[in-house]
Each structure stands twice: as C-alpha cells, then as structure tokens.
Design a protein around this ligand. Structure first.
Ligand code: NAD
Length: 501
C-alpha cells in the first residue's frame, strides 16, 4: 500500500492551484480522500472557500488579456507542450486516478490518460483552426465578416466519475480558444485536476490561465457560478445539480453549458449478432463500474433473441474479475465511495420487490466499496430502476416486439445522452440513428469516443458539446464586423431616418 500512496506526496502543499501555485484552501474545513478499494483514508486537504474562488477568478481575469491575444499558433504550441508533459507523467497520473476513484489501472492507463493526451493534441491542432466566416459584400455598400473571440473567464464544475477527462474536456477547448478558466473538481476526486493544472504550468502556459479550486458544491461551486467576473459556466454532473446551476447562472445572465445525466438504451433487434450484443452490453454497462454517463443501462431485446441475450449477459457478467484496482488483471474496481455503493444497492433492493435479479445484486465481503455486476429482468418500464440514473454496475433487460416499440422504449426516459442499436439491417440501423433522441447513437457498438467528434446531450441530459470543433462554439462568441465601402458622408439609408434621397 505504501508504494501506491507515495504519489500523494505531490499534494502536500494543498489542493488549490491559483495563479500558477499550489496552496491550501481557506474555508476552515477539511476534506478527506478515501481509497474506495480499502476504505482507508489516504489524504486530507483544506477545502476552498469563497475567498479562494475570488482569488482564482482574479488570477484568471488578470491572465485573460495576454492569453486571449496570443496567436493561435502560440496557444497551439503551448498545448502541444502540455501533451508532451502529460505523456511524460502518464504513469503517475494513472496511479493517482486509480487511487482516488478505485478505477482499474488498465482503464486509467489505456483509456483515461491516453484519451486526455489525445484530447490535448487535438485541441493543439484545433486552436489554429479557430475561424470566422470569410469576408463578403452581403450589402453592396459594406464588407462583413465574423470573428470568433474568447469569452473571458470560464467557471467550470466537474464530477467525480472521470475526474481527469472531465477536467480536460472543460479546460482544453476553453484555453485553446483564448479563455482562462477556474475549474472546481468534485470534492472527493480533485487530485488529477491538480496534476493537469501543474502540467500546464510546466508546459509554459502562463500563470492564471488554468486555476483549480477544490471546494464543496454548495459554497465554492455556487460562488463560482454566480461570480460576476465569470463570463460563462460549464457544468458536468447530475441533472438535479445542473438545474440548480442553471438557476444561479440565469440570475447573472451568463452563458451556460450543461453536460448532465444519462440513462442510455441499448436496443437489440432480432437480426443482430447475439454474441456481439452480449459482449457489447457487458463491456458498456461495466465500464468504470457503470459510473459513466453514457454507459448502457437499459437493454431492450426483440423477443426472439431475448432469452439468449439475457442468459448470455448473466453468464458473461459472472466471469468479470473484481479486485484490487492496482492489479493489472482486475476488470471491476470498487465504486467511487461507500456512500455511492450504498445508494446503488438501495436502488437494486427496491427493484427486487417487483423485478428479478438475474445475477449479482449484492456487495462482496470486502472493506472496499465493491458491488457485483448485476442484471435485472422483468422490471416495468415506468419503474425507478428503468427510469432513474443508477450509476453503478447494474443493467436492466426488457423484451420488445415491434421495431416501433423498441425505439419508443429507448426514447422513454427524460434523458438523451447516448444510445446504441444492434442490427445487421441497414434500414433498421438508419432508422434508429434518426429516431432515437440522443446526442450520440452507436450502431453495433456502445461507448467509444474520439476527440474529433462531439459529446453532449439531448433532453434532460443537457445542452452544448464537449470535444471536437463544436466545443469552440461553446467557448467562443461570434462578432459581426462591418465596414462601410462608400466613403460618403450622407449614406443612402440615412433618408429612412431624416431627409430625402
Ligand atoms: P453532482 O451533480 O453531484 O456533482 C457534480 C459537481 O457539481 C461536483 O463538483 C459537485 O461538487 C458540484 N456541485 C454539487 N452541488 C452544487 C451546487 N449546488 N452548485 C454548484 N456545484 C455543485 O454529480 P456527481 O455525482 O459528481 O457525478 C455524477 C453525475 O455526473 C451523473 O449524473 C452523470 O451522469 C453526470 N455526468 C455527465 C457527463 C456528461 O457528459 N453528460 C459526464 C460525466 C458525468
């Protein structure tokens, strides 16, 4: 254990990163970080208070003029250097992420960290393609063009499920476009956001461009959202907190980007390859112990394949290896905390009254926050287990008859973040992509994401896009510039206000 904890020495100076320097928070309240695999308290830090938020916003504001005036090439170079620093620290970053979240080390080393480095490289390139529309004479007497400009200080709030990637998805497009940022990570998982901010400094990104305030949602978070010097809020988290954030941001009329909860359907038509669907459903529901906003949560199987897919998923789930997140053979680590594990267990226990737990449905005998892969059949479409976000290794499976019914069931929750359809029929596949209301629809796969493509929700899953060039639409504002071409004192249109032609 001692060996895996040595990475925590890097956080001895505090969990705030303001103006290019680490420091302790000033709220007077201590937050503990617990290793969810063991229940052991591994680190403590002083939470940010509102004064720390004010200091971070002031640092970001001071850094904005110079950073926003840097050329796209200069910002691009800085992001390329950041990608190199992150690559050099990849092993440590993966270990810290595994420690604070309980994620299997194979997930952090093969997904979280390389994904973040790739994102950084993508935004290094995208920074140079920050384009307005080309100029034109849309009125005969004028030349017009549009500019895309940075907005100012961005206040971002991130969740605990992918702390590094969520911080990267917020920070990278914002700073590539010339903004400066204050990011508030989730209280229980601030450490990799701090490593990212420190890497930015090591890469030569000026002090104050990237700031981290590790504080509680209700005080530091709400203060950041309502801060008058913050021009935009970008939030990733639950729909309930997103609504609260929207109220506060609305009161100051600032721009808002919301990435919220999900309840992704996984629709298996009767011509699908059942083995591919079975493997896909297990991987897509258990990734990150199901604590993934796009994870498969509701498998709908057309009646002829239903029994086979249900039994196949249950059998495959039983082979998944729970274990120490630092063991390279571990498939499934603990959930992020004991409190969250108990919440997931409570949802499953309530479902037992009216549905069948086909496999799992219990915590193994361990001091860690583990929960076994769980498959639930026979729940009503309207029940809590089908409608609410569980955010754990729990999948529900339901049959359907007609294609119309399968698509209607897929759309029948408040959420619309991601979905998949499994079929070898191109017309069914095409119909599913058109008719399922979600920000991403996969065909014959479920989970992969790439830096070049947008990620974001429909319906109660939020609005706005992370990753891809679409995120520049979030983190820039468009200016119309118009030149008079006539060089006349009295312009033709003046007669509509005074005088004659
Ligand atoms: P959460 O909403 O509880 O917390 C998210 C963040 O908001 C945390 O940093 C928290 O401290 C902060 N917060 C809490 N109350 C606040 C308040 N009143 N004002 C301001 N900030 C506040 O979510 P979570 O439990 O950390 O994460 C899980 C949720 O995140 C799930 O619902 C999941 O679907 C969602 N999520 C969505 C996406 C996406 O891209 N759509 C990605 C990852 C996670």
């Amino acid at each position: 254990m001692g060996n895996r904890h040595h990475v925590l020495d890097r956080f001895a100076e505090g969990a705030q990163y303001i103006g290019g320097r680490p420091r302790p928070g000033t709220s007077g309240r201590t937050q503990h970080i617990t290793d969810p695999a063991t229940g052991e308290r591994v680190h403590s830090y002083e939470l940010a208070g509102t004064d720390d938020v004010d200091d971070a916003v002031a640092a970001a504001r001071a850094a904005f003029p110079e950073w926003s005036r840097a050329t796209p090439g200069e910002r691009s170079d800085a992001l390329h250097r950041l990608a190199a620093v992150l690559a050099g620290e990849a092993g440590d970053i993966a270990r810290v992420e595994s420690l604070q979240c309980g994620k299997p080390i194979k997930l952090t080393t093969e997904f979280d960290v390389p994904g973040t480095i790739d994102n950084t490289a993508f935004f290094a390139g995208a920074a140079r393609r920050l384009q307005g529309q080309s100029a034109g004479e849309y009125s005969a007497d004028h030349t017009s063009y549009t500019r895309r400009e940075a907005i100012g200080v961005i206040g971002s709030i991130a969740p605990w499920n992918y702390p590094l990637q969520m911080a990267a998805w917020k920070i990278l497009p914002a700073i590539a476009a010339g903004n400066t940022i204050v990011l508030k990570p989730a209280e229980i998982t601030p450490l990799t956001s701090l490593l990212l901010a420190r890497a930015a400094t090591a890469a030569g990104i000026p002090d104050g461009v990237v700031n981290i305030v590790s504080g509680a949602g209700r005080d530091a978070g709400e203060h950041l959202v309502g801060h008058p010097d913050v021009a935009m809020t970008s939030f990733t988290g639950s729909t309930a907190v997103g609504r609260r954030v929207a109220e506060i941001a609305g009161a100051t009329a600032k721009r808002l980007h919301l990435e919220l909860g999900g309840k992704a359907p996984f629709v298996v038509f009767d011509d699908a390859d059942p083995e591919a669907a079975i493997h896909g459903a297990v991987a897509a529901s258990l990734i990150n112990a199901g604590q993934d906003c796009t994870a498969a949560t509701r498998v709908y199987v057309q009646r002829p394949l239903y029994d086979r897919v249900r039994d196949g998923i249950a059998d495959l789930m039983a082979t998944v290896r729970l274990g120490d997140p630092f063991d390279p053979a571990t498939d499934l680590g603990p959930l992020v905390s004991h409190a969250h594990r108990d919440r997931v267990a409570g949802l499953v226990d309530r479902a037992r009254a009216h549905a069948t737990v086909v496999t799992g449905g219990e915590a193994p005998d361990s001091p860690g926050a583990y929960y076994r892969p769980t498959l639930i059949a026979g729940a009503a479409q309207s029940s809590e287990i089908v409608q609410s976000e569980i955010f754990g290794p729990v999948l529900v499976i339901l049959p359907f008859d007609s294609d119309d019914e399968g698509i209607a069931l897929a759309n029948d929750t408040p959420y619309g973040l991601a979905a998949s359809a499994w079929t070898r029929d191109v017309y069914r596949a095409n119909r599913a992509t058109r008719e399922i209301a979600a920000g991403c629809v996969w065909i014959n796969d479920h989970i992969p994401i790439i830096s070049e493509m947008p990620h974001g929700g429909y319906k109660a899953s939020g609005h706005g896009k992370d990753m891809s060039e679409y995120s520049f639409e979030e983190y820039t504002q468009v200016k119309h510039v118009m030149f008079d071409n006539t060089a006349t004192v009295r312009k033709d249109w003046h007669r509509t206000v005074f005088g004659d032609r």
